[in-house]
Ligand binder design. Structure first.
Ligand SMILES: [Zn+2]
Length: 136
């Protein structure tokens, strides 16, 4: 998503929870770095995921990534057509955690290519490990 889409999303949440204060520009910029890889098409789903909570998320980027992973699971090919992959992906998706940046991401598994989700990058697990990721 781009900056405009992100700020629109945050603004909607601020209004949903009727918050009296809005996040600072500094916070928004830091948060955006954490979530800019999430495709804009997932934002409606993520909004519905986050609004199940009783209050504005204490860690918005984390809440957005959780919602994004739910979206990926919900939009992945659903049933039996998937074969076991030696990279251990989940229906063609690799859920990984960056050990230095402490951020979670999802990639399409480039070994089995079993997911045709658009909007997320493809990678092989071994290459992700070399880039500092590990399985979630
Ligand atoms: Zn795979």
């Amino acid at each position: 998503m781009n900056e405009i889409e992100f700020k629109r999303f945050v603004g909607k949440l601020v209004h949903y929870y009727n918050r009296k204060t809005i996040p600072t520009t500094q916070s928004l910029n830091i948060w955006l770095q954490e979530v800019e890889r999430i495709p804009a098409e997932a934002l409606d789903f993520i909004f519905n995921h986050i609004k199940q909570g009783d209050s504005f998320p204490g860690n918005l980027p984390k809440a957005m990534r959780d919602g994004w992973q739910e979206w990926i699971r919900a939009n992945g090919k659903s049933n039996g057509g998937f074969v076991e992959c030696e990279d251990g992906c989940d229906r063609g998706i690799l859920f990984v955690w960056h050990t230095v940046h402490c951020t979670g991401f999802a990639f399409r598994c480039a070994r089995c290519n079993q997911s045709d989700l658009i909007g997320i990058p493809a990678a092989k697990y071994g290459d992700l490990v070399r880039r500092g990721y590990e399985r979630q």
